[in-house]
Design a protein around this ligand. Structure first.
Ligand SMILES: [Zn+2]
Length: 411
């Protein structure tokens, strides 16, 4: 019998980094390595209705064991890890009987997980902390969620005395690049609500996310040999740099915002003299503010267009996801039961807003109310990422309680 920690340690060793520059689905074939393993493990556990969709997402059902028609709920976790940091050769390190000190990562001593920056460590003294060796991310985002869901399936198989309704497991790909629910058929999910297991620590319930768009600013200039550049060259790099320098810095930037503040965040730049572009995140909890952010970008571009009439400056806005707040109202039991399950597991529920998005934002917008709950993550997307055995087990307990509570409901 494997525990949630054993599963976690196995899954994080499989490289599943997604790639936003790829146009295939899934964006990287290596995500399927984990998808295939999960599908096989679902078969070993005799789950029902196992399928894989065009994006590689794996769906399976833990069949109900109650006599009445209980509603189906979905649990969702993503197999991919962030493109922002290497997920190759992840070497998870166990720090057993944790002493309460800062943790120096063994393969790169410049990487230190400081207690001052990670107060949750104070609650885990004597426990087992799991970190990277300092050279990769850990992938707790979101293999913690994946491990909890598989451990749940095993636990319920071994404990037929725990009453529950039908539970749909959904393992998505490409969540980190915003394509987690591409090709996902909500009728095939067939649930009244869902829960993404993709949040930090334990006991947390995220009921709001950002609303999000992406802006791509593209400058097309004119390249000449620099020797004959006079009155001929139009350098896209200079124009794009001017544009970026005009973005707000004292407000509306991730470096100076928190809580309910939104931001405009340039995060990728690429190009040469003839053409240069930048990708920019637009984020706010109020969807209507995104169009104000887009308007601000146009206001910055306008004088540059006048100053450089031979350049072409285009701003393209792509819709990403929307605050889940409004859609959650459709199934009020989703959050109510998450709160009750957290208490039943002996934890204090922490209601939070998430300064990002999840598959749950997309699912909620698509009509499946899906709040996000803890799966034991800390410091995602970087080598300082960590989790702990105790948090993984507590989060599993919350999900077990959630299944019990939904098993008492009638359709
Ligand atoms: Zn995640």
């Amino acid at each position: 019998m494997s525990t949630v920690l054993e599963r976690f340690l196995r899954y994080v060793r499989i490289d599943t980094k997604s790639d936003e520059t790829s146009s295939t689905s899934p964006s990287t074939a290596k995500q399927l390595d984990l998808c295939r393993l999960l599908e096989a493990e679902c078969r070993e556990l005799n789950l029902a209705d196992i399928s894989t969709n065009a994006a590689g997402a794996v769906l399976a059902t833990i069949p109900a064991n109650v006599d009445h028609e209980a509603p189906t709920i979905a649990l969702v976790a993503h197999v991919d890890t962030s493109p922002e940091y290497s997920g190759t050769n992840v070497n998870p390190i166990l720090h057993e009987d944790y002493s309460g000190e800062d943790i120096v990562l063994p393969a790169d001593s410049s990487q230190v997980i400081r207690v001052a920056d990670n107060p949750a460590l104070n609650q885990l003294i004597g426990g087992t902390i799991v970190t990277t060796d300092g050279t990769t991310l850990l992938g707790a985002d979101d293999k913690s969620g994946v491990a909890i869901m598989m451990a749940l399936a095993e636990h319920l198989a071994n404990h037929p005395d725990i009453p529950h309704g039908p539970i749909r497991l959904v393992f998505t790909t490409d969540e980190e690049i915003g394509r987690g629910i591409d090709h996902l058929d909500l009728d095939e999910v067939g649930a009244v609500c869902g829960y993404t297991l993709d949040s930090d620590g334990r006991g947390r319930i995220d009921t709001e996310t950002f609303s999000a768009d992406q802006a791509v600013v593209t400058v097309n200039g004119i390249n000449t040999h620099p020797s004959v550049g006079k009155d001929a060259m139009v350098n896209s790099i200079r124009i794009l740099s001017r544009f970026l320098a005009e973005l707000p810095r004292d407000t509306l930037a991730p470096e100076v915002s928190e809580g309910r503040d939104g931001f405009i965040h340039p995060y990728h730049i690429e190009g040469g003299v003839a053409k240069a572009f930048a990708r920019i995140l637009l984020r706010d909890f109020e969807t209507e503010n995104l169009s104000m952010q887009a308007e601000l970008l146009e206001q910055i571009a306008e004088p540059l267009r006048k100053e450089y009439p031979d350049a072409d400056i285009q701003i393209e806005i792509k819709k990403q996801y929307r605050n889940m707040r409004d859609g959650l109202g459709k199934e009020p039991r989703a959050v109510e039961k998450a709160v009750a399950a957290t208490k039943a597991a002996g934890l204090e529920p922490r209601m939070e807003i998430i300064r990002g998005g999840t598959d749950g934002s997309l699912l909620t917008a698509a009509g499946l109310p899906t709040p996000n709950i803890s799966s034991g993550q800390h410091n995602p997307h970087c080598p300082l990422e960590w989790t702990s055995k105790e948090e993984l087990e507590d989060c599993l307990q919350v999900v077990i309680e959630l299944c019990k509570l939904w098993g008492e409901e009638r359709e």
